[in-house]
Design a protein around this ligand. Structure first.
Ligand SMILES: [Fe+2]
Length: 263
């Protein structure tokens, strides 16, 4: 009998305050100005980019005898391909929708200039936020998440287990909270003249729903997690990885919500 079951992990993630955080409702309730929108999208983009590769988890899981895991992880990585660009296409559209009259003066010709504009807006908007990395335009909580997910490069067995728990948590959050929250704030809020069928919003459409990318990721990592929990001595590391990931996401949301409230 494992000391942490998949049901207990489910409970840890579902009950965590991050899973019911109000950050996206705050965004849906009030349209952010240009700098606040840019800063918000830049942090979310940096956070998501950090979750898109599985590092060395496949090797680590193979060494633990988890033969089905590498293929499942490959499918997750495969489905993430191109999503940095889809995200930037959506960001560009939202920036234009926020300042339609000024839009032709914004440097948005290609996706790298869109990325650079998001960084500049972040630097400007987050200037007085404690702990911000001024040149990068990143909140300390965003950097924290990047460092956290970079640990997926570690193939020590305890760290592999920790990273599996972390991945379960982040995929559950993405599927059940982040993507539905972004859809409420972006597509259903009336802030922007957009809908989910438009090519600019392909990012959200591809991730959402029962057959969307996030549902597929959650299913895959759930299977990997359940198999790994057969190793009794690793279960606590899986649980800890899930818990800490939820904490990191919750702290990230707290500061983003503060930025959205005052801009
Ligand atoms: Fe995902």
């Amino acid at each position: 009998m494992p000391i942490v079951s998949i049901e207990q992990l489910d409970w840890i993630v579902q009950q965590h305050p991050a899973m019911s955080h109000t950050v996206f409702d705050t965004w849906a309730a009030r349209k952010p100005g240009l700098a606040t929108l840019g800063a918000t999208l830049y942090q979310i983009g940096a956070f998501c980019d950090a979750t898109r590769t599985c590092g060395s988890m496949a090797e680590g899981l193979t060494a633990l005898g988890q033969d089905a895991a590498p293929q499942l992880l490959r499918e997750i990585e495969e489905s993430e391909r191109g999503h940095e660009n889809r995200f930037l296409e959506m960001a560009r559209r939202l920036l234009i929708e926020t300042e339609p009259e000024q839009a032709r003066y914004l440097p948005l010709n290609d996706l790298s200039s869109t990325h650079e504009l998001l960084r500049q807006l972040s630097v400007r908007r987050l200037n007085n936020v404690p702990g911000v990395h001024h040149k990068a335009g990143l909140l300390v909580q965003t950097v924290r998440s990047q460092l956290h997910f970079r640990q997926r490069a570690d193939t020590r067995r305890e760290m592999v287990a920790y990273n599996v728990g972390g991945m379960l948590a982040v995929e559950m959050l993405a599927n059940r909270h982040i993507i539905p929250g972004e859809i409420r704030a972006i597509a259903y809020s009336d802030h922007y003249d957009v809908d989910l069928d438009q090519p600019d919003l392909a990012y959200l459409a591809e991730h959402a729903g029962e057959n969307g990318a996030e549902a597929q990721h959650e299913k895959a990592i759930r299977k990997i997690t359940a198999d790994l929990l057969e190793h009794d001595n690793l279960a606590a590391f899986v649980g800890n990885g899930a818990q800490i990931t939820c904490d990191i996401v919750g702290e990230f949301y707290d500061v983003l919500e503060t930025v959205l409230r005052f801009g």
